[in-house]
Ligand binder design. Structure first.
Ligand code: ZN
Length: 189
């Protein structure tokens, strides 16, 4: 798969809840491979961004699976870890606002409040149960991706509708007029 398989708003499938995975079979392995290749192809066509994670609904498969990049700093390291049926079992600290973007929300960024630390339970690709604690950016990624499995997109958390940004050709975030976004129909239809 490639970047064209990634669905974007206003596709309504991004607003649906994904189903729990019960079978850890070849279909699941193939799904994860497709998610990785789509993310890497997307990233190969972006100058200033890195594809840090993806949720299955973003390639239009409503199953509870996500991939998270092993090395969040280095674009050359293409390793990802798959987590199946991930859920946040504990949120710690007070929410902190920071910028987020999404492969399914074209060229739009915004400041989203997220918990600074979360405990996550999930299964590995071979069905083994794991429990992990994530902090900072990684905690933010888990909250963003698990939201996708519940049909929630990061823009839903942005209360201040003026708090949207776009990336300039030079890679800088520039504030955008919310009215322009509404007119363009990129988020809502
Ligand atoms: Zn996303």
């Amino acid at each position: 798969m490639n970047r064209d398989n990634i669905i974007t708003l206003p596709n309504k499938h991004l607003r649906q809840r994904s189903k729990k995975v019960f079978e850890f079979n070849n279909h699941l392995h193939k799904l994860i491979e497709n998610m990785k290749s789509a993310t890497i192809d997307w990233e190969d066509h972006r100058n200033h961004e890195i594809g840090v994670a993806l949720a299955a609904p973003q390639i239009d498969v409503l199953e509870r699976a996500i991939i998270v990049r092993d090395n969040l700093e280095n674009k050359d390291d293409k390793g990802f870890t798959a987590l199946i049926n991930p859920s946040i079992v504990k949120k710690l600290g007070e929410p902190v606002e920071d910028f987020e973007g999404c492969l399914s929300v074209c060229d739009l960024y915004g400041k989203v409040p997220r918990y600074p630390k979360v405990k996550v339970e999930a299964s590995t690709l071979d069905g083994k149960k794991v429990r992990l604690t994530a902090e900072g950016f990684l905690a933010r990624i888990f909250q963003h991706e698990i939201d996708h499995l519940n049909g929630i997109v990061f823009i839903d958390h942005i209360k201040d509708r003026d708090a949207f940004y776009q990336l300039s050709p030079e890679g800088e975030l520039i504030k955008v007029d919310h009215n322009e976004i509404i007119k363009s129909d990129i988020l809502w239809n």
